[in-house]
Design a binder for this molecule. Structure first.
Ligand code: 2NL
Length: 330
């Protein structure tokens, strides 16, 4: 029914409307099929199904008539060159925010309450801002042609939004409290949880006497605001060249409440990303006083958060732009 009504809305003129009418209400149409099948269902279900079929016919007939009248009016207006401002408007269908945008906007609101502002930068980056300044050596695997999209110019598609934070530190003295949301690119093979083009929000907080406890507290605050008060956050030791010490952190799975499900692969936890205390070498590189400055930095995968918050089992659904998927978030 929805599909038929949608086709009526999308029909550009009388000819298309007639095609829709024939497809659904014509002698060999969908409704005829349904009526034929009605003879084969159990007698007890027949009245209910009959009623549904009839409702369908009435609704579609009315929609066709309304749309036909609207098209006729448009043509009459075109002929006379006059526009009747008293005519009812034509329904164009409302769009809605994309779930990835919704998570980014919510993240900005939550960190906004902690005093973070939003920073932005280019998707096409220099090797320097994406790797060198982040203490990622020339022989580091992430620089490999297998993992990074390199451009002929020697530039690259940023693999994380950290270069935005490097640019901010280059351009202003401490303290710094920013988040950098945006697109990132990696040469991953696409599957249910990986995409070559994904979104990240990175955060950076630089001041005197920032500690790992601040990082854990702020990420836990974020998790509760985003997922609800019952979420648990877990930090595991890790290694990144740009932070020391480094952690990876997980949220307890919101879908199964930690009991284990398909989305968390039965573990009860979802890996969000990594974080840590900014490596003093990074401060030196941007010209900050590495003796006086302390800071934490974190990354987070936006699609990951969207998947657990909304129960989406395949990351590819975010990029197919199938209206039937997207309108569930309206
Ligand atoms: C990940 C998670 C991370 C950062 C990003 C960062 C930025 C500056 C300095 C130090 Cl300017 N760190 N960002 C830190 C830890 C993790 O992202 O998995 N990255 C590969």
């Amino acid at each position: 029914m929805d599909r038929a009504l949608q086709e009526v809305r999308l029909a550009a003129g009388p000819a298309e409307l007639e095609t829709v009418r024939v497809k659904y209400l014509g002698r060999k149409g969908v409704l005829r099929d349904i009526m034929d099948k009605l003879k084969t269902v159990p007698a007890a279900e027949r009245p209910e199904l009959g009623r549904l079929a009839n409702d369908f016919k009435m609704a579609l007939t009315a929609a066709l008539e309304e749309r036909r009248a609207a098209c006729a009016t448009v043509r009459a207006t075109a002929r006379t060159g006059q526009f009747d401002v008293t005519l009812p408007g034509m329904w164009r269908g409302l769009g809605a925010r994309h779930p990835v945008s919704m998570i980014i906007e919510e993240t900005i609101r939550i960190f906004g309450r902690l005093g973070f502002t939003v920073a932005d930068g280019p998707d096409i980056e220099t090797e320097y801002h994406n790797f060198d300044a982040l203490n990622t050596p020339a022989d580091h695997p992430s620089r490999d042609i297998q993992d990074t999209f390199w451009l002929d110019s020697g530039r690259l598609l940023r693999t994380q939004t950290s270069p935005v934070q490097i640019r901010v530190m280059e351009s202003q003295p401490p303290p710094v409290r920013i988040i950098a949301p945006g697109r990132c690119y990696r040469r991953d093979t696409t599957d249910a949880t990986h995409s070559a083009n994904f979104h990240q929000v990175e955060g950076l907080y630089v001041e005197r006497r920032v500690s790992l406890a601040d990082l854990k507290g702020d990420l836990t605050f974020f998790a509760r605001e985003m997922m609800g008060p019952d979420v648990k956050v877990r930090f595991r030791p890790h290694y990144f060249p740009f932070t020391e010490p480094s952690v990876e952190y997980d949220f307890s799975c919101h879908l199964c409440r930690g009991r284990g499900c398909r989305v968390c692969k039965q573990s009860g936890w979802i890996e969000i990303s990594g974080a840590g205390m900014v490596n003093p070498k990074v401060f030196q590189t941007v010209g900050y006083d590495a003796e006086a400055c302390t800071g934490y930095a974190f990354g987070m995968g936006v699609e990951r958060i969207a998947m657990i918050k909304y129960g989406v089992e395949d990351i590819r659904l975010f990029y197919d732009n199938d209206v039937r998927f997207l309108e569930q978030f309206a």
